[in-house]
Design a binder for this molecule. Sequence first.
Ligand code: 5GP
Ligand code: ZN
Length: 109
Amino acid sequence: MEKDCVFCQIVEGLKPAEFVYQDKSLVVFKDINPHAPVHLLIVPRRHIRSINDLQEEDVNIISEMILRAREAAQECSVAESGYKLLFNVERGGGQVIFHLHLHLLGGWR
Ligand code: 5GP
Ligand code: ZN
């Protein structure tokens, strides 16, 4: 855990969040400042800074994040209407929390 990392603090239960799913490798919680009617963050428990820091052996966690996003989209009833999955990468890509996360955005009419 990186003690100054907000998402590590959420993963460790040191900072509150509205969790919708948790397992041994990742958590899913609602974005505090939603940009869509449904805005979830899919977050690995392990601290990885960004997509740039992925290693070959991280293939499993990335696959799990995408598959979990698919499940969350179904559970939030946006699977059929459609949704966006987004990784912001580093400052120029709009990343402000430097702990890897996948945005799930949907629910527009
Ligand atoms: P980024 O721009 O790094 O891809 O996205 C970070 C996201 O995390 C933003 O959409 C922001 O609203 C969300 N966020 C930042 N701090 C917190 C927090 O403490 N709790 C929750 N639930 N979301 C947060
Ligand atoms: Zn972290």
